[in-house]
Ligand binder design. Structure first.
Ligand code: C2E
Ligand code: CA
Ligand code: CA
Ligand code: CA
Length: 277
C-alpha cells in the first residue's frame, strides 16, 4: 500500500481498470474519427404555440464494440485526445448536408451544432465554418452554434473574438445549458448571442419547484428585454410544455416531442409532423 501522507494517491485496482478503459476508448475513438464512422442524430425544436418544426439539434453518436458509448463519456475523451476538432468538423459537415436536404425538400429548417470549449479559442474555426457552409450551399443564418456559458467564461477575451467573428459570418449563437453556469445575466447580455437554451435540469421541475421556475422565468424576461430567442430543452411532460408556452418560450425540445433520431427517421417524422399540422 502507498502512503497518502506524502501526497501519493492510495492505489486502487479500479484506477487501472478505469485508465485501461479510457485508453481503449480513446484508441477506438481515434479510429472512428479517422474513418468517419461517427453518426449524427437529430432532435427537433418545435414552437410550443403552433407546433411548427423550427429546426433540429445535431447530436453525435458512437458505437464501440457493438455498443453505444454516451457522448457525456466520449466527448471529454475527444477533448483530451485532441480529437474534438476533427469530430466537430465531421458533425458540422453531416449536419449541414442533412439540413440542405431538408431545405431542398421544402422544409425551411435550421440546424444546431454543439461546440466544445476548446473550439472557441481556435482561430481556424470561423474559416472552417464558412467553407463548410459554402460547400453545402447553406445560408449562415440556417446554422446555430451551441456553446456553454462556462466555455465562454473560461477564456472571455479569446472567446469574445471568436464569437464576434462567427457573428460577423451571420451564423446564430446559442448559450447552451443556461442556468447551470456561473456567469451573470448581465455579462451574457454583452455577447453577440441570439438564443439561450434553458437547461433540462430546470425544465424538469418547472411546474413543481419555485426555485427552478424562477430561473426559467428570469431567462424568459431577459430574453424578451434583449430580443433573444429562448429554447427549453428536456421537455418531457405536457404540463411543462403548457407552462413554457404560456410564458412565451419560443421553442422546445424534448422526449415529449421526439427523442434524437437518425436522419432518415427524422425526415419521416418531419413529413408526419407537417401533415398533422
Ligand atoms: P446537450 O447539448 O445539452 O444536449 C442535450 C442532451 O439532452 C442530449 O443528450 C439529448 O439526447 C438529451 N435530451 C433531449 N431531450 C431530453 C429529454 O426530454 N429528457 C432527457 N432526460 N434528456 C433529453 P446526449 O445526446 O446524450 O448528449 C449529451 C451531451 O453531449 C450534450 O448535451 C452535449 O454537451 C454533448 N454532445 C452531444 N453531441 C455533441 C457534439 O456533436 N459535439 C459536442 N461538442 N458535444 C456534443
Ligand atoms: Ca446542446
Ligand atoms: Ca443543453
Ligand atoms: Ca450539456
Amino acid at each position: 500500500a502507498k502512503d497518502s501522507r506524502c501526497g501519493i494517491r492510495v492505489y486502487r485496482p479500479e484506477d487501472d481498470h478505469d485508465t485501461a478503459r479510457r485508453l481503449a476508448l480513446m484508441a477506438g475513438l481515434r479510429v472512428a474519427v479517422d474513418a468517419g464512422t461517427l453518426t449524427v442524430v437529430y432532435q427537433p425544436k418545435v414552437d410550443p404555440a403552433t407546433g411548427r418544426v423550427l429546426g433540429a439539434e445535431a447530436l453525435v453518436r458512437w458505437q464501440h464494440d457493438g455498443r453505444p458509448v454516451p457522448p457525456d463519456e466520449f466527448i471529454p475523451l475527444a477533448e483530451q485526445a485532441r480529437l474534438i476538432g476533427p469530430l466537430t468538423r465531421h458533425v458540422l459537415d453531416t449536419a449541414l448536408a442533412d439540413c440542405a436536404t431538408w431545405r431542398g425538400l421544402g422544409h425551411p429548417l435550421t440546424v444546431a451544432v454543439n461546440l466544445s470549449p476548446d473550439m472557441l479559442t481556435d482561430s481556424a474555426l470561423t474559416g472552417q465554418i464558412e467553407q463548410a457552409l459554402r460547400r453545402h450551399g447553406m445560408p449562415p443564418e440556417a446554422l446555430t452554434l451551441e456553446i456553454t456559458e462556462n466555455a465562454i467564461m473560461a477564456d472571455p477575451t479569446n472567446s469574445r473574438r471568436t464569437l464576434d467573428a462567427l457573428h460577423g459570418l451571420g451564423v446564430k449563437l446559442s448559450i447552451d445549458d443556461f442556468g447551470t453556469g456561473h456567469s451573470s445575466l448581465g455579462r451574457l447580455a454583452h455577447l453577440p448571442i441570439h438564443e439561450v437554451k434553458i437547461d433540462k435540469s430546470f425544465v424538469r421541475h418547472i411546474v413543481t419547484d419555485r426555485t427552478r421556475r424562477a430561473v426559467t422565468d428570469a431567462a424568459l424576461q431577459l430574453a424578451r428585454a434583449l430580443d433573444l430567442t429562448v429554447v427549453a430543452e428536456g421537455v418531457e411532460e405536457q404540463d411543462e410544455l403548457d407552462y413554457l408556452r404560456r410564458h412565451g418560450c419560443h421553442a422546445i425540445q424534448g422526449y415529449l416531442i421526439s427523442k434524437p433520431i437518425p436522419p432518415v427517421e427524422f425526415l419521416t417524422w418531419l413529413t408526419a409532423a407537417r401533415a398533422g399540422g
